[in-house]
Design a protein around this ligand. Sequence first.
Ligand SMILES: [Mg+2]
Length: 190
Amino acid sequence: MNLSDLKIDYSWTLFLDRDGVVNTRVLGGYVQKWEQFEFLPGFLEALKILSSEFSRIIIVSNQQGIGKGLMTEDELEILHRKMITEIERNGGRIDRIYHSPHLEKEGSVKRKPNVGMALMARKEFPGINFKRSVMVGDSISDMIFGKRLNMVNVFLSEDINQARKSHQCIDFVFPDLISFAEAVSGMKIN
Ligand SMILES: [Mg+2]
């Protein structure tokens, strides 16, 4: 299947994981403050393009650091406000951010791969059709989350061949969000 076969149009919704898609991951830790937050190369340019391709762009992010007491809800809120300001300054858009503060062991419906955050999104944006939604993530739990909702799953990985083989829930693999944005828009960026 090619991405163009999906006939993605503006009625579609884009769901994005945050760490590893929007910003670089802090290995073995959490992004706790703005000073640690670093947009992935090309993300801002990619999001500008994607903002004219999708009517809703929604971040769904597990933030277990809150459950562990490493950061507060307020600190996350401040960080996200700064992130959105930068995104908008660069011509992009995020319509909503959902996060799950829960610990993995709590088994919350809100924590990916459970689908609670997507259901909250659909409640708030009734135009969302999960079958006309793309989930972009860099973890298998993102792909399970997407598949449970019949979304189209895009896995970001430098090692495309390895990733393709690694999980049945992966529909497409791209090295970064820019490559995905180029494929969706038919535009060559840079
Ligand atoms: Mg991630």
